[in-house]
Design a protein around this ligand. Structure first.
Ligand SMILES: Cc1cc2nc3c(=O)[nH]c(=O)nc-3n(C[C@H](O)[C@H](O)[C@H](O)COP(=O)(O)OP(=O)(O)OC[C@H]3O[C@@H](n4cnc5c(N)ncnc54)[C@H](O)[C@@H]3O)c2cc1C
Length: 288
């Protein structure tokens, strides 16, 4: 038997946040593409009283060049990321992540906010967004606040979002000249597979020196995390093979993976080192 819950379809953002604010107690959640939520409901991992459908909320859609920032609505789908020239020009790592995401049908409905909100350490869009220093706009009936994605997660599937808030938008600074970003999803097959290890890298190069570095690791800790000591090893230097190797080893040490049916912890840690080394080397193109 299917779960028994009410489904309220919000007409616009004001109605959506009002519906969440009026929720009396737990068991009420926003419904975007449903590719996580409906699976969880069918598996009886989640028993909602009421879902607030976001499909008609136009304010949650769109990909825009917002002055110095790229801004995407929370309800942007993975397919929409892939179709956007602005995303292609400003966030190649996000494109690589979107290309490796699920299969076509899921990409057509799965949303960016849904991926962030589900809190999975294997969520593929999170490492590239973290490496881009993305910020989230959280909106409720009575407030709007900006939270860095780096400060959003508090532990496994725990985050700072209040139940009455929506992730309305995600934004990041347009990359400076000399910026390069990459993402690689290691999984047991190419399509429709859960990530074994995901690494995103974003570096800025200025006259042969790395002036900014971000390395984000997915599926190797309770949350997607930044390898900050590895980043610090790269900044302020030309990137020799030895320096990149040192940073890659530090990234592996920053991870705390588990053994599961997809891979052992040791394999995942090794994958972090190999992928970090490859992605940084690939992003680093010293001027000849
Ligand atoms: C076959 C299959 C393959 C998959 N492959 C991948 C993959 O390769 N990589 C990957 O990362 N994931 C994958 N997923 C998981 C899922 O598709 C993604 O996490 C997706 O991005 C979830 O988005 P959604 O819009 O479907 O979210 P929903 O299922 O609608 O919601 C997920 C969670 O987010 C909350 N939520 C939704 N929108 C908002 C909002 N605007 N503000 C606040 N909270 C919100 C919901 O209440 C719920 O808790 C796969 C799922 C399936 C079924």
């Amino acid at each position: 038997m299917h779960a028994n819950f009410e489904l309220d379809i919000a007409a616009d953002l004001a109605e959506a946040v009002a519906m969440l604010a009026d929720a009396d107690g737990p068991g009420v959640a926003p419904l975007a593409g449903g590719t996580n939520l409906i699976v969880d409901i069918r598996a009886k991992r989640y028993r909602p009283r009421r879902l607030v459908g976001l499909d008609r909320v136009e304010a949650l859609r769109g990909i825009a060049d917002d002055g110095g920032r790229v801004r995407i609505g929370g309800r942007t789908t993975v397919t929409e990321l892939l179709e956007s020239p602005l995303i292609a020009a400003t966030a190649p790592s996000l494109v690589q992540s979107a290309r490796a995401f699920a299969g076509q049908m899921v990409r057509n409905t799965a949303t960016v906010a849904g991926n962030i909100a589900c809190g999975s350490p294997a969520a593929d869009l999170v490492p590239p967004l973290l490496a881009l220093d993305a910020e989230l706009t959280l909106v409720s009936r009575s407030s709007s606040r900006t939270v860095a994605l780096a400060d959003f997660y508090q532990g496994y599937k725990k985050d700072v979002r209040r139940p009455d808030e929506l992730i309305a938008a995600i934004s990041w600074e347009k990359p400076a000249a000399g910026s390069h970003s990459r993402y690689y999803k290691l999984a047991r097959r190419k399509g429709d597979a859960i990530t074994v290890t995901g690494v995103a890298v974003s570096i800025v190069l200025d006259r042969g020196v790395c002036t900014r570095a971000r390395i984000a690791l997915g599926a190797v800790a309770p949350v997607v995390l930044r390898a900050r000591s590895a980043e610090a090893t790269l900044v302020g230097h030309g990137l020799t093979k030895e320096r990149i190797g040192e940073a890659a080893a530090q990234a592996a040490s920053a991870s705390s993976p588990i053994d599961d049916v997809r891979a052992s912890a040791a394999y995942r840690r090794h994958a972090v080192e190999v992928l970090t080394r490859r992605l940084v080397t690939d992003a680093w193109q010293p001027p000849i």
